[in-house]
Design a protein around this ligand. Structure first.
Ligand code: FMN
Length: 391
């Protein structure tokens, strides 16, 4: 039984993270909570958003707040969606389907990872019109084409191709935890399982999580290197993006953009949008926070395509900050993952509730009744380098 009273007492995403940490064995918690090397980039993502100050304007009637946001022909109830997360069922059993169904219920987009622990077809059905598909380009063209064709057949209209994994991120926690692919029961893992019987029983009940879209192909994999080769190629380049653009009839986005020139090039390649992202700080510890690079990217794109941002969104106000810095929409990975880890489907629902309530309150406090009207003019003087902000 999930303790609903306990979930009610969670005031923030950080509280849900603390609950998840207690319920989940260390190796599985670290799999989601961890970042690259020193984790400097992961931490900086959150502080960079926190440091963005917005100036409230008063004596504006905010008795009715509208958080609806239009994107690619669909109107979502709030300006955030679930970012693609691979193998999330290893964090909490059944997490993928819980989140896909939740996004449908709350009218938010759900991005199905090609490395998800549930097939893209099952996730399309659960998200029921609110699903987007995220593609990793494989070293084997037939694998990539197979996924694209399946995504098309499953009815996805939006495809996000992830560009920021030319080399796998080095996650020190996973190395310390001796996390192995394929999954093996090491002594550390066995201890973790014994200390978390609920997680262990649920995992037993749901079955060992795998990368469902590639289940057959990965049968023969004996090392992480094998898995990596099937999933992602280091050779993905602009010509390959062009080929994908020609192949995919729906909306095409590139995820992992951190430089204004790359953003401009995505526009020229005919993309419909980009996700300004550093993979939640899981790829390069030396890279910049997304909040820091967002204004220059939004300026380079100049409204020619949609700009979505992720990495470090933990509060409703972060969505306003992102909008003021030039984003149209946000995604969050860990915020909803921590929710599902804290309490399964009800925990994920609590995460969405917290973010939405925070956003509504923050818009009222900022004096902007419609999220769509948040802009650079709301930035404090400390951000005066952003075009259009207060000078
Ligand atoms: C455990 C984990 C797995 C992820 N797997 C994928 C993936 O399969 N594909 C992808 O494009 N991004 C993946 N990401 C990155 C997320 O889509 C997103 O960019 C990131 O979580 C945003 O940062 P946040 O967690 O601070 O919100 C993953 C992130 C985490 C934490």
């Amino acid at each position: 039984m999930v303790d609903l009273m306990r979930l009610d007492r969670a005031a923030s995403i950080d509280d849900l993270r603390a609950m998840a940490r207690r319920r989940i064995p260390r190796f599985a918690f670290d799999l989601v909570d961890g970042g690259a090397e020193s984790e400097r980039n992961m931490r900086r993502n959150c502080t960079a958003f926190e440091e963005v100050e917005l100036v409230p304007r008063y004596m504006v009637d905010v008795s009715s707040i509208d958080t609806r946001t239009e994107l690619f022909g669909q109107t979502y109830d709030a300006p955030f969606g679930m970012a693609p997360i691979g193998m999330l069922n290893a964090f909490w059993p059944g997490a993928d389907l819980s989140l896909a169904r939740l996004c449908k219920r709350q009218n938010l987009p759900y991005v199905a990872s090609s490395a998800a622990s549930t097939t893209l077809e099952a996730l399309a059905e659960a998200a029921d019109g609110n699903g987007w598909f995220q593609l990793y380009v494989s070293g084997d063209d037939t694998v990539t084409e197979g996924l694209v064709a399946r995504a098309e057949a499953a009815g996805y209209d939006v495809m996000i191709v992830t560009a920021d994994v030319p080399a796998a991120g080095k996650r020190d926690r996973d190395i310390r935890n001796r996390l192995a692919v394929p999954f093996r029961i090491t002594p550390e893992v066995a201890l973790g399982l014994m200390a978390h019987p609920r997680w262990s029983l649920e995992t037993l009940f749901h079955g060992k999580p795998n990368i469902a879209n590639y289940a057959d192909l990965l049968q023969s994999a004996t090392s992480y290197a094998d898995v990596q080769k099937t999933l992602i190629t280091p050779a993905f380049n602009w010509e390959a993006l062009k080929r994908l653009r020609d192949r995919w009839g729906g909306k095409l986005l590139v995820k992992g953009i951190l430089h204004p020139d790359d953003a401009a090039r995505c526009t020229e390649a005919g993309c419909d949008g980009i996700v300004v992202s550093n993979h939640g700080g899981r790829q390069v510890a030396f890279g910049p926070a997304t909040a820091d690079v967002l204004p220059a990217i939004a300026e380079a794109v100049a409204g020619r395509m949609k700009v979505i941002v992720d990495s470090g969104i933990r509060r409703g106000a972060d969505m306003m900050r992102a909008k003021a810095l030039g984003a149209d929409f946000t995604l969050t990975g860990r915020a909803l993952a921590f929710g599902v880890g804290a309490g399964g489907a009800p925990g994920a629902a609590r995460a969405v509730e917290i973010l939405e309530l925070e956003l509504v309150r923050a818009l009222g406090q900022l004096g902007v009744p419609r999220f769509a009207d948040v802009g650079p003019e709301h930035l404090a003087v400390s951000r005066s380098h952003v075009p259009g902000s207060v000078r």
